[in-house]
Design a protein around this ligand. Structure first.
Ligand code: AMP
Length: 631
């Protein structure tokens, strides 16, 4: 048995011993009584009885050895700003932010919603929350008012932290009116809105509610705010993700399990060392941003780069120039970003000294072979695909080079990561597939390892029903991804089993988009499917049935209507969710029982076989779509 196979075996068969060792990677205020309390499956309580603090582990504990080393490197090619914060400076800024939150009445267990662009204050805000035991919920800045309102109502934050605007491609993207609209739509009203004013966009102030960060900060310059020692199981944050219904799910993360899991992953998977620099190109609104822009690198005593801007501005060399300048040792990005770079001059990749870079990790969506090959050759560095989900918070599959170096295989995110008892399940029999190269649903036998979701915020029942009840007769976590495993235990991901799509590494629920489109007064019915796209992996395409089809009598009318519907989605959900096309049909393909045949529509759009359609009500409905696509 290889060292890694033994390492993995032990992580499952001797959970107490294995995770007890990993737990030594972090600081504890009070030791735990039990490594894993799984007396109430599928709810796992990791390190029950312990007391710790995420901010202490990310910031305070490094003051002893590396107070003057870089902790946060903020780079914006949008505003031409570059500013570094040492651990000492970060510690001071986080305390100021924590003091402001406390002055606004935020206490342990209260929620704080963070709707911010990629600026240093967003990092201070996240760390300040966990410092005082408040639970943050970061909402991606690309989401618009309806998405934001549903999250405000679900998380019921005492305070919202925002900024006047973000910037993208040289254009100012104002935030405040979207936030005001969202609060207007929401039933829950936050007591205060803390505004970071970047001087990019004027914003209307609601007296008695909106407060200015810069003003309050000057009052708290020297305030000391100690870390609140929280129980291991105390929630650190809620991060919303899309599912198969229109209602987003609040993935709830604990404190100790998450801190241990991230610390261990830095050692065994990402192999970053304290004092080095980590550069993840994601956004704090996504799970990668939480785990590998903010918490993972800082817990590991590394500097982390927070980058606001495009990968191609001022030119396609910008990321690599940062690697050279800050001696980045570990980099993390998504396949879509690489596909964007692939369209640029490859000379940009060799223009800079990348000798400090140990590996480039890619995740979030399937990594196709041509993209993997191109970047591996262009960079001359190992490219490591890793597979995980918002729910898990850290990789389910990867190559754990920190344990034992192993080769990568094109198209595979590697082997099951330690801690995950991954099973492939036959869809029809619900039996485990043990032989190689047979397709099944990727599942994980409980308990999930530390760091994974504890539950869905405020909805234990939905947690059990959604994730643990889909594999008949077994309490097993479903990833809702198809996969196969080869003879060497390498997995290959074959797409989602549900109606979740993945656009440029961003997960979107087709139902959410359908609900938004349906709110257009002329839309009677709509189906949204994910269609393969060479750049973004997948794009959303909508097929709508109109109440008054005469409005799209000509091609020009149809285009006008399409733009109008896209605007509805932009305003409600945000441009990230905007379908690439909205096509108009007279009827949707459905089964006789009335279920829309999304998979058949998708197959037609991708020019594939539709499979068995004997249950279809009206075959002409698909022909219509086929004609539209090919016409
Ligand atoms: P999210 O929760 O937004 O990170 O999306 C998670 C989903 O993205 C997974 O369930 C997969 O469908 C997909 N995904 C993430 N990483 C990979 C990968 N390395 N290869 C293939 N699909 C991936």
């Amino acid at each position: 048995m290889s060292n890694y196979a033994e390492f993995h075996r032990r992580s499952i068969e001797d959970r107490e011993g294995f995770w007890g060792e990993q737990a030594r990677l972090i600081d504890w205020h009070q030791p735990y009584d039990q490594v894993c309390d799984y007396s109430n499956p599928p709810f796992a309580k990791w390190f029950a009885g312990g007391l710790t603090n995420l901010c202490h582990n990310a910031v305070d504990r490094h003051l002893k050895d590396r107070a003057d080393q870089n902790a946060l490197i903020f780079v914006s090619t949008e505003t031409d700003t570059e500013k570094t914060y040492s651990f000492r400076e970060l510690h001071a800024e986080v305390q100021r932010m924590a003091a402001i939150l406390k002055s606004l009445g935020v206490a342990k267990g209260d929620r704080v919603l963070i709707y911010m662009p990629m600026i240093a204050e967003a990092c201070f805000a996240m760390l300040a929350c966990v410092r005082i035991g408040a639970i943050h919920s970061v909402v991606f800045g690309g989401f618009a008012s309806h998405s934001l309102a549903s999250r405000i109502d679900d998380a019921t934050p005492k305070v919202v932290i925002s900024a006047d605007a973000g910037m993208r491609g040289g254009k100012v993207v104002p935030y405040k009116h979207l936030l005001d609209d969202a609060i207007g739509l929401a039933a829950h009203q936050p007591a205060a809105v803390l505004m970071v004013d970047r001087g990019l966009s004027a914003w209307p102030r609601t007296e008695g509610r909106d407060v200015d960060y810069a003003t309050l900060r000057t009052r708290e310059l020297d305030t000391v705010v100690p870390c609140e020692w929280v129980e291991s199981t105390h929630p650190s944050y809620i991060l919303y993700t899309s599912g198969t219904t229109g209602k987003p799910k609040g993935v709830q993360r604990d404190t100790a399990g998450y801190t241990v899991a991230l610390a261990a992953s830095m050692k065994h998977i990402y192999m970053g060392k304290p004092g080095e620099t980590y550069f993840s190109t994601s956004d704090i609104g996504w799970v990668v941003g939480h785990s590998y822009i903010i918490y993972g690198p800082l817990i590991n005593g590394m500097a982390t780069i927070m980058y606001e801007g495009l990968p191609t501005r001022p030119d396609a060399g910008i990321w690599w120039s940062l690697v050279e300048k800050y001696k980045v040792s570990v980099m993390f990005s998504a396949p879509t970003a690489v596909r964007v770079l692939k369209k640029q001059d490859p000379a940009f990749l060799t223009k800079y000294d990348l000798s400090t870079l140990k590996a480039l990790f890619l995740a979030g969506e399937p990594l196709d072979e041509p993209t993997a090959k191109w970047i591996a050759e262009a960079l001359g560095r190992p490219i490591i695909d890793n597979y995980w989900q918002t729910e898990t918070g850290w990789p389910i599959m990867a190559i754990c080079n920190g344990v034992e170096p192993a080769p990568t295989k094109f198209g595979s995110p590697g082997q099951a990561v330690y801690g995950y008892d991954v099973k492939l399940i036959d869809e029809t029999t619900a039996e485990e597939i043990t032989e190689p190269n047979r397709k099944g649903v990727i599942a994980v036998d409980g308990p999930l390892p530390p760091g994974c979701l504890q539950t869905i915020w405020g909805d234990d029942e939905r947690f059990v029903k959604t994730y643990w009840s889909s594999i008949h007769g077994k309490t097993m976590y479903s990833t809702f991804d198809w996969g196969i495993r080869d003879e060497q235990g390498y997995y290959f991901i074959l797409g989602r089993t549900d109606d979740v799509i993945n656009v440029a590494g961003h997960r979107l629920g087709t139902r959410e988009i359908e609900e938004s489109i349906s709110s257009h007064p002329n839309v009677a019915e709509v189906a949204v499917v994910g269609v393969a796209d060479p750049l973004k992996g997948q794009v959303a395409v909508a097929f709508a049935v109109l109440k008054d089809p005469s409005q799209v009598a000509t091609e020009a009318d149809a285009r006008k209507h399409e733009a109008e519907i896209m605007k509805v989605v932009d305003e409600q959900l945000g441009a990230v969710a905007r379908p690439a096309r909205v096509r108009f049909v007279s009827v949707l393909p459905k089964t006789r029982s009335g279920k829309v045949l999304r998979r058949a529509i998708q197959a037609v759009c991708e020019g594939r076989e539709t499979g068995d359609l004997t249950t279809m009500e009206d075959p002409a409905a698909l022909t219509q779509i086929k004609d539209l696509i090919t016409g």
